[in-house]
Design a binder for this molecule. Structure first.
Ligand SMILES: Nc1nc2c(c(=O)[nH]1)N[C@H]1C(S)=C(S)[C@@H](COP(=O)(O)OP(=O)(O)OC[C@H]3O[C@@H](n4cnc5c(=O)[nH]c(N)nc54)[C@H](O)[C@@H]3O)O[C@H]1N2
Ligand SMILES: Nc1nc2c(c(=O)[nH]1)N[C@H]1C(S)=C(S)[C@@H](COP(=O)(O)OP(=O)(O)OC[C@H]3O[C@@H](n4cnc5c(=O)[nH]c(N)nc54)[C@H](O)[C@@H]3O)O[C@H]1N2
Ligand code: SF4
Ligand SMILES: [Mo]
Length: 736
């Protein structure tokens, strides 16, 4: 089949879109609406202030404990993108090279339900896959789990959190016996040593960074260490920047552990009473001498020692991490080796201390709580645990054995399933994998093989729409009601205050309607989103993520609240900041936390004499992922107009390149053409390309043409942070 491409989609002014958003006559609140920002996992409180005629001004919500009135450029401009190029009607086409036609919801759902029944009958339920998103509300996630894992009996629900937080999830589970970041944002102002590893907090979690930065400025005794191969805006303000070679984090962490142990900066009492595996950890550390580690990581030995000294002398060490750790073929081990240092020094469960993963998306946390990965069930349960399955089956009123005991397909296993003809129906919602998946050539080829792809998004076109047969219009932030949990486990209610365009519907409503049409009416008779949440929280009672004391009503009344919040908790207690493990009892069978005994493996695709650069990828301050929103905001477009590749001037000199020259960057899987940006802020031998440009926003900037899908064996999270590439100057090629 010919490339479906965008020809079928280019009809921007076609009848698929809703241009003149007819702001609601039905819904025009005259009072300020409290909500939260639907971009990153900081989860800032936003207020929408009515300006008349259904328009609003957005400002930070001073009452919101997480953000205290602050917002970054993305939150501040959110409304500018919300009405542009909105998908308003269900669309259908028989084949990918056909144009779409607008159809009714009834026809769309009939086609979808018939297909589900047919695939179930012909190939079995495990041939149905859903790929969702940390941009769902918790209600969307929950209803999707009930539909897929409960009614259909397949665990093939995975989400883009697989590319994002799954290493953190598996690290917490392995080290502490349960998922859940133990810290809260008040720790940002209570720490005297912040250790930021693999996180460009200044650009990606700006308000967390503001809070930390202000604390750091106010009190010069507070130390800030940043570990990143690039001197990012985060690293700029650090007391110590360790520009390690990509993929050498475990060496560094063990190197710090070695020195802490040697200098006696350890908490013997905590280790004895609360941990498991210390003796073996000590044996393992013996190999990580400062000299060897400094050489491996490509940093001065004195810097390694300084990091260990800051850590060892601090009263309270808070470490923050995100994708430089998680997106790695040893992501779980990386995160666990960071946790090791907290166990070694007893830096957990006290103000200002602890290992704190910063969640990427606004509701990646809620997704974990609702069981939104292919090995999980609601309430931090696991599909492989017979008791967990039974509890959920009983709660849903389904027969015992209905939930499958096999983990479902992970994100990349869906691609493999398509390649092998084992997937008969792929349902993608609130994510744009035709840009964000690794190894795009293989990803797109697999999508082309999909016999039936449903795509549920708010905008049109997006790159993934090019691979869809059936497109369903989704209501998004401000048009639907639901909750999201941020990195500090704080749940905020985001109410609907505008009408969705055209016929767009909330994701959970679409899932529930499909459930009803499949014959499970009694399981999907929710009156509204509040009813969905009220049902979900019951499944968290007595679990580590207990939020049975939360409801839409209580969140509207008290504002955003953290879990754990059991049903018995009174208002005063519910409002207090919360940390986990303050009693130093963990969720493992013996209540101890486990040291991780992994040696470092390094990156999955090391450089060689042909592919002699390590390419890393990531984010810019203004843009959000695949630009479906921020690419439509003039101010942000101006900040970051085009994709580029960052290179150190030494490397550029060797290749006779100057700033702005075009190069072809090639990996074993593909190539992209980009202009070079010269900067001393990157290590020689390392390149950086931002992830934000898919084929709709640039002709040749798709960095995931280059990346590979090799993943952490535990978390199955692909190593999007490192692959081997070569650089070919285009000027020279043309003249030769
Ligand atoms: N502006 C903006 N903010 C966002 C997002 C966005 O799209 N735009 N997306 C949100 C989401 S979903 C996420 S997941 C987060 C991501 O937030 P971050 O993880 O902070 O962002 P990234 O740029 O992906 O990667 C962070 C850093 O990892 C470094 N790095 C690369 N390889 C290594 C390594 O081997 N070791 C170490 N220590 N560091 C390494 C990179 O140089 C980069 O600076 O941001 C969230 N916030
Ligand atoms: N090379 C490289 N690749 C990466 C990464 C990297 O660092 N490097 N990071 C990875 C990570 S951490 C992440 S999180 C992913 C992000 O990658 P994606 O999830 O693909 O990126 P988004 O652009 O956020 O896509 C979200 C989609 O949901 C739509 N949407 C918004 N709200 C709603 C809603 O309420 N309902 C529905 N149905 N749709 C909605 C938006 O219009 C948009 O199309 O990228 C991953 N890919
Ligand atoms: S820091 Fe994150 S949550 Fe806060 S305004 Fe910016 S994008 Fe939104
Ligand atoms: Mo993410």
């Amino acid at each position: 089949m010919g490339t479906p491409q965008i020809s079928a989609l280019a009809v921007q002014s076609g009848p698929y879109l809703h241009h003149n958003h007819n702001t609601s006559e039905r819904m025009q609140p005259t009072e300020t609406v409290s909500s939260l920002c639907p971009y990153c996992g900081v989860g800032c409180g936003l207020e929408a202030v009515p300006q008349g005629k259904g328009t609003y001004k957005i400002r930070g919500d001073r009452q919101h404990p997480s953000s205290q009135g602050m917002v970054c450029v993305k939150g501040a401009t959110i409304l500018e993108a919300i009405d542009r190029d909105r998908l308003a009607y269900p669309l259908w086409r028989e084949r990918l090279d056909h144009p779409f036609t607008v159809i009714s919801w009834d026809e769309a759902l009939t086609r979808l339900v018939e297909r589900i029944q047919w695939v179930r009958h012909e190939q079995g339920a495990d041939a149905i896959c859903m790929y969702g998103s940390g941009q769902f509300h918790t209600e969307d996630y929950y209803v999707a789990q009930k539909l897929m894992k409960g009614c259909l009996g397949t665990n093939n629900f995975d989400a883009n959190s697989r590319l994002c937080m799954s290493s953190a999830v598996s690290a917490y589970m392995a080290s502490f016996g349960a998922d859940g970041p133990p810290c809260c944002y008040d720790d940002l102002e209570a720490t005297d040593c912040a250790f930021l590893i693999g996180t460009n907090t200044a650009e990606c979690h700006p308000i967390v960074f503001n809070r930390l930065r202000n604390h750091h400025k106010r009190d010069r005794r507070v130390k800030l260490i940043v570990v990143d191969p690039r001197r990012t805006p985060t690293a700029e303000v650090a007391d110590l920047h360790l520009a390690i070679r990509p993929g050498t984090d475990i060496d560094l962490l063990h190197g710090i552990g070695y020195l802490l142990l040697q200098w006696g900066h350890i908490d013997v009492d905590f280790i004895e009473k609360c941990t498991e595996g210390f003796a073996d950890y000590v044996k393992l550390l013996a190999a990580y001498t400062p000299e060897w580690v400094a050489q491996r990581c490509g940093i001065p030995e004195s810097d390694l020692e300084q990091a260990a000294r800051y850590w060892g002398h601090a009263q309270a060490v808070l470490s923050l991490w995100s994708m430089g750790i998680n997106q790695s073929a040893e992501g779980t081990a990386k995160a666990r080796c960071l946790i090791n240092l907290h166990l070694l020094t007893g830096q957990i469960g006290r103000p200002g201390s602890g290992p704190f993963s910063l969640t990427g998306q606004p509701n990646a946390m809620g997704g974990r709580e609702a069981g939104g990965l292919s090995h999980l069930l609601p309430g931090y349960r696991q599909v492989t645990n017979p008791q967990h399955r039974q509890e959920v089956e009983d709660f849903w009123g389904l027969p015992r054995g209905q939930i499958s005991d096999r983990p479902g397909r992970t994100a990349w296993q869906i691609i493999e399933g398509l390649e092998q003809g084992e997937v008969g129906l792929l349902w993608i919602a609130a994510t744009n994998p035709a840009v964000s998946f690794p190894h795009l050539e293989r990803t797109k080829a697999a999508f082309l093989k999909s016999p039936f792809t449903v795509y549920q998004d708010a905008y049109f076109p997006t790159e993934t729409a090019a691979y869809a047969h059936l497109i369903l219009p989704a209501a998004q932030w401000s048009e639907k009601t639901g909750v999201m949990t941020n990195s500090e486990r704080r749940v905020t209610l985001a109410p609907a205050f505008r009408v969705p365009p055209g016929l767009a519907r909330s994701d959970w409503e679409i899932f529930a309607e499909v459930g009803r049409r499949l014959g499970y009416g009694h399981l999907f008779s929710f009156a509204d989103a509040a009813a969905v949440y009220a049902e979900f929280v019951q499944l968290t009672a007595g679990r580590p993520c207990d939020q049975s004391g939360l409801s839409h009503e209580r969140l509207a009344r008290l504002g955003a609240l953290q879990w754990p919040c059991p049903a018995s908790m009174d208002d005063e207690e519910a409002r207090k900041p919360k940390r986990l493990y303050t009693d130093w009892r963990f969720h493992t069978p013996n209540q101890r936390a486990y040291f991780c005994l992994a040696h470092s493996q390094g990156v999955a695709e090391p450089t060689d004499h042909i592919y002699n650069f390590t390419l890393t990828t990531g984010r810019l301050y203004g843009h959000w992922h695949t630009q479906t929103r921020t690419g439509r905001i003039a101010k942000i477009q101006k900040m970051h107009p085009n994709p580029f590749v960052e290179m150190h001037p030494e490397d550029a000199a060797n290749l006779h390149l100057q700033d702005g020259d075009w190069v072809e960057v090639r990996s074993r899987r593909g190539q992209v053409c980009l202009p070079v940006t010269l900067t001393k802020a990157i290590r020689p031998g390392t390149l950086f390309v931002p992830m934000h440009w898919g084929f709709l926003f640039a002709d040749s900037g798709e960095v995931n043409q280059l990346t590979h899908p090799i993943a952490c064996p535990v978390s199955k999270q692909p190593e999007l942070k490192a692959c081997a590439v070569q650089v070919l100057p285009l000027k020279l090629q043309q003249t030769s």
